[in-house]
Design a protein around this ligand. Structure first.
Ligand SMILES: NCc1[nH]cc(CCC(=O)O)c1CC(=O)O
Length: 315
């Protein structure tokens, strides 16, 4: 048998299979990446491999209590390890600060609107809500920031995919719910956004509104084909945000917000650690060089620790 080895060059793949969750948002994001890959690589076949993850199955408990964000990735990673898929598409904010060994993020797509959305059928924004109004969100970050501005609100858990959450609002279980603008936009639900909750007064989750592509670190040909979709500015911003989250011990069991902007002058990162029960928020910010986004993230984390973040994080 003759082994065809072309030294130095990696063969480009002829087929890429995308592992994805089955929610409407996940499928939209996977189709979006499929379209971008087909456009970038004429002749390449791209298929979706829709899978159910534990995070999708358990929707009656807050994420923080059932094992955290990794639950949404596990089944997709197993599919890649078993050779049933070549890449997975994720909302970056659902990707844990530490990736599983053997996996990498070869591309982060240009970021969409990172603001949160105030969604309500009767009220225009948080300040318009009546005393003691019920607001649905299971995100500790959103809960802590709501507490800080409106200690009177009744904060109620709300999990499930975007469609389910909107149905529960419409059924009258809440006066308002908080969702990500990016998810609503992607699903064609822009009209549901009553007002944007945005930086600097309100911080998104690290990586919010960025779509990330995950693949195996040992698949050079796949990584090369995916890297063309990487957006340099988004990569810098989310690297700083995720470094801050990682330095804080990043998990979804603590309210953490982060927002990094990128200009020709460099990076600017704002970070927040909050406490849901008291509504106290610690805030820090710093500017840094775009050559070291990770250091900026670590610096802002240290500034938060200097203010006592360890107490908030339960350290
Ligand atoms: N946790 C679910 C999730 N993961 C990513 C998004 C929105 C899209 C994004 O941030 O890219 C959402 C929905 C929401 O928070 O409303």
């Amino acid at each position: 048998m003759i082994a065809a080895i072309v030294s130095g060059a990696v063969m480009s793949p002829s087929l890429l299979r995308i592992a994805t969750r089955k929610s409407a948002l996940a499928l939209w994001q996977a189709e979006h990446v499929a379209g971008l890959l087909r456009a970038a690589h004429p002749g390449l076949r791209v298929e979706l491999v829709p899978l159910t993850t534990r995070g999708d199955e358990i929707i009656d408990k807050p994420l923080a209590t059932i094992g955290g964000k990794g639950l949404f990735l596990k089944e997709l990673e197993v599919a890649m390890l078993e050779g049933r898929a070549d890449l997975a598409v994720h909302s970056l904010k659902d990707v844990p600060a530490e990736l599983e060994p053997g996996f990498t993020l070869p591309a982060v797509l240009p970021r969409a609107d990172a603001a949160d959305a105030f969604v309500s059928n009767d009220y225009a924004d948080v300040t318009a809500l009546p005393l003691g109004a019920r607001v649905g969100t299971s995100s500790l970050r959103r809960q802590a920031q709501l507490r800080a501005v409106r200690p009177d609100l009744e904060l109620l858990d709300l999990r499930g995919n975007v469609g389910t959450r909107l149905q529960k609002l419409d059924a009258g279980h809440y006066e308002a719910i908080i969702l990500a603008c990016a998810g609503l936009e992607r699903l064609g639900l822009h009209a549901r956004i009553r007002s944007r909750m945005s930086a600097p007064s309100w911080l998104p989750a690290p990586g919010q509104a960025a779509i990330a592509i995950e693949a195996r670190s040992d698949q050079a040909d796949v990584l090369e084909a995916l890297a063309v979709l990487d957006d340099a500015d988004t990569r810098l911003a989310v690297t700083a945000e995720r470094a801050m989250n990682r330095a804080l011990g990043g998990s979804c069991t603590v309210p953490v917000g982060a927002w990094c902007t990128v200009t020709e002058h460099g990076l600017h990162l704002r970070g927040m650690v909050g406490d849901v029960s008291s509504g106290r928020l610690l805030l820090a910010e710093a500017s840094g060089n775009s050559s070291d986004a990770t250091k900026l993230g670590n610096d802002v984390a240290q500034a938060l620790f200097a203010q006592g973040a360890a107490d908030f994080l339960g350290h």
